[in-house]
Write a protein that binds this ligand. Structure first.
Ligand code: ADP
Length: 292
């Protein structure tokens, strides 16, 4: 394994209750890279992220992170487990799974307290994280009473406060309104993302160019393709075969990608771009439906 690969998976498969749901697949993730795991529902994205977070162990094959095997024997050692958890943070798709403290403040302070940070450092880090994610006003609120978008931001803050080298995000914008989606994405792509390895699972093609420079496509638990966002998003046959697009989707030569209502005319010209894939030069804009 080359040292600049944080994750190295060789012919790894994962099973749930005796049924293989992921793999066998081989892939490597480079330190500092931003990777999107693209796949339809049930394709194995969450299982792969949980494997990368050492919440699942391979059923067969060899998985390693930072040169350390991800398997039951290695993680039975508290020191290995603890060191890994300081370096890797997973934000779950459903924030309700992640949030369990009585207040937002406690939620953010929980991890640092576990790590034994001094009180002053914890207080400063909590205030900083609250401000960065614009949730300072929620400090004393009960997490389970917040809106979906607020919960996502609290869950993200509770992971980021630990300053993990690797951030694993499971469908970070799922079930969010467009404004919250945009805010979370801007947050991830501006500043906070720099230097960090970020692996994001999604089935939303509009996110891909904004969050990744490398894309892994899963289909029925198998690694179907990988490449740059332009290569993957330009491969309509692949996207169709993996159920990532449907018959009303298309991409224009200028990179514009969008969906149409059923009665959309086949031949058309867009007066103004309705949806533009985010790139480093174009800010993320949520999906809107264009009219025929
Ligand atoms: P995705 O995140 O792409 O939607 P998942 O990794 O959640 O996909 O699921 C992959 C497959 O594994 C699906 O067929 C799903 O039904 C199955 N699966 C996921 N979790 C479990 C579980 N705890 N027990 C049994 N099957 C599961």
């Amino acid at each position: 394994m080359t040292n600049d690969f944080i994750f190295d998976l060789q012919e790894v498969s994962c099973a749930h209750q005796g049924t293989t749901v992921l793999g066998p697949l081989s892939l490597q993730i480079r330190a500092g890279s931003r990777v999107a795991i693209l796949g339809a529902n049930g394709s194995g994205k969450t299982t792969l992220l949980r494997l990368l977070d050492a919440l699942h162990y391979p059923h067969s094959g060899v998985a390693s992170a930072f040169g350390q095997r991800i398997d039951e024997a290695s993680f039975a050692d508290d020191e290995v487990n603890f060191a890994f958890r300081r370096r890797v943070g997973l934000v779950f798709q459903n924030p309700d799974v992640q949030l369990f403290n009585p207040t937002v403040f406690d939620e953010l302070a929980f991890g640092p307290l576990q790590l034994g940070w001094p009180r002053e450092r914890i207080l400063a880090a909590v205030e900083d994280s609250l401000a960065r994610l614009r949730i300072t006003h929620l400090r004393q609120r009960a997490p389970h009473r917040l809106s979906g978008g607020e919960k996502k931001r609290v869950a993200l803050a509770s992971v980021l406060i630990m300053e993990p080298e690797v951030l694993l995000l499971d469908e970070p914008t799922a079930a969010l309104d467009p404004e919250s989606q945009g805010e979370i994405l801007r947050f991830l792509t501006e500043g906070q993302g720099s230097g960090r390895t970020i692996v994001t699972s999604t089935h939303d093609l509009h996110l891909v160019e904004g969050i990744a420079e490398h894309v892994i496509v899963l289909g029925a638990g198998k690694l179907v393709a990988q490449g740059t966002p332009a290569e993957i998003l330009g491969n309509e046959a692949l996207l169709r075969a993996t159920h990532l697009i449907h018959s009303h989707w298309h991409r224009h030569a200028d990179g514009e990608v969008h969906e149409h209502d059923h009665l959309h005319a086949h031949s058309h010209v867009h007066a103004a771009p309705s949806i533009t894939l985010a790139t480093s030069a174009t800010p993320y804009r949520p999906l809107q439906r264009s009219r025929p």
